[in-house]
Design a protein around this ligand. Structure first.
Ligand code: CIR
Length: 244
């Protein structure tokens, strides 16, 4: 229940209810399963309050697991448990210090990895990831991020050719050739496209729900308010093998 101490950039610091968070997490997992994912739930890591945000600890490229090196010092070590859980099933590479990289900054589209240059992800780590990606026949496109925790806090895929995003945080020309649906409200825009074609959206993001429905998407909502208090969205709560 250490999640009550998760990092949050919000002022004043919100009061997180870890019991409610755990209930919301169970519903999130249920939504992933009903949307077509097979889900493996890792054991809680009480030493690390931010451990539910498992996406940040690694990047999966096919059968290569790239173990990240969190930019948030209090999160360093979370990646070790994830590596232990996945090392049997993947080849393993690691981002080395002093570089820092969090998976929330990595948005994969086919064989291209758009990598946010944020407060958590450094140029050094982006260069390391680019080298690893090249070995897998993939390329990295760095994307400077302003005013957001991670790149995927403000832009996420909704289908193979469409992204949904919040304006003002990155240069959209990097995504040329892809359609971007722009959210009208400020704040995070982090949704999760599920294997069955539906799009999972945080219940708090009513205008994003309307935007996606107007654009013809089937939307499912889930309440992740306790995770939002800690600056998390939907992608951050899982590490997916089909991201790229
Ligand atoms: C943090 O500050 O690291 C966590 N409280 C939130 C991480 C959210 N992760 C993500 O968006 N991928």
């Amino acid at each position: 229940m250490s999640f009550a101490g998760a990092l949050s950039g919000r002022q004043p610091a919100p009061s997180i209810d870890p019991v409610r968070a755990s209930e919301q997490h169970a519903l999130y997992v249920k939504c992933l399963r009903s949307g077509g994912y097979e889900v493996v739930v890792l054991a809680a890591e009480e030493r690390y309050p931010d451990a539910p945000f498992v996406e940040d600890t690694a990047v999966l490229m096919g059968d290569l697991l790239v173990v990240a090196r969190p930019g948030a010092v209090s999160r360093r070590g979370e990646e070790e448990g994830v590596e232990r859980a996945l090392a049997q099933s993947f080849r393993v590479a690691r981002v080395g210090g002093p570089g820092t990289l969090e998976g929330g900054d990595v948005l994969q589209r086919g064989r291209v990895l758009y990598v946010g240059r944020s407060g958590r992800t450094s140029d050094d780590a982006i260069a390391q990831l680019a080298e690893l990606a090249a070995g897998e026949g993939r390329t990295v496109v760095p994307v400077p991020v302003r005013g957001a925790l991670h790149l995927k806090s403000v832009v996420t895929p909704v289908d193979g050719g469409t992204l949904v995003a919040a304006p003002g945080h990155f240069d959209p020309s990097v995504f040329s050739g892809q359609r971007i649906l722009w959210a009208e409200e400020g704040g995070e825009v982090n949704v999760l496209a599920l294997p069955d074609g539906t799009v999972l959206v945080p219940a708090s993001k009513e205008s994003v729900v309307r935007l996606l429905e107007r654009s013809g998407f089937d939307v499912v909502t889930v309440d992740v308010s306790e995770f939002e208090k800690a600056d998390g969205g939907l992608t951050c709560l899982s590490l997916r093998t089909d991201d790229g």
